[in-house]
Design a protein around this ligand. Sequence first.
Ligand SMILES: N[C@@H](CCC(=O)N[C@@H](CS)C(=O)NCC(=O)O)C(=O)O
Length: 186
Amino acid sequence: MSKPILYMNPLSAPSRAVMYLVKYLGLELECIEISFDTRETLTPEFRKLNPQHTVPTLVDGHDVIYDSHAICGYLVDKYATNDELYPKGLVQRTLVQILYGGLESVPKDVVRCLHESWMILEDILKDSPYLCGENMTIADICCLATITAVLRMLPLLRRRIPNCSTGCGECVQCRFITMMGPNGCK
Ligand SMILES: N[C@@H](CCC(=O)N[C@@H](CS)C(=O)NCC(=O)O)C(=O)O
């Protein structure tokens, strides 16, 4: 059977979440980069695949799945060796679903809203190694992807995140990014 195909763009935080997860799980996927410059998401072929015309979009055999959170949940349910990253228990799974979109507030004042979102993360991570308790879940992966995508575009914001101010290796988020490999934070 052919490998699943992931349509993505590395500048897109939702794409990065799926790419991190794929790497973490050691899955073999074919990644196809979709250009925003040439508006490739708006081509009739891509819209036929995903009427919301967004990346990431996953094609697994005859199935097409879009929305990063749905893709992450799907990949863990289908390919992970256990349910740690996306617990099957109703309450635990619901908690992950609350937090995996946790940084997606649509800001009027982008910097202020990002700062507030990060403060919420910092608050949760003060008492817990990961967003949803003792184990890493796809909520951590999705939030990290947002953080690294934003930092890539706006490196000056690094100063605004106390736990990230000294770069990788200093906090749970950064340790995880480091684990992803030398380019994890890029
Ligand atoms: N909630 C979606 C958001 C996806 C999304 O907005 N993707 C943007 C890039 S970050 C996109 O593909 N935009 C192109 C378009 O709308 O045509 C997810 O988590 O996957």
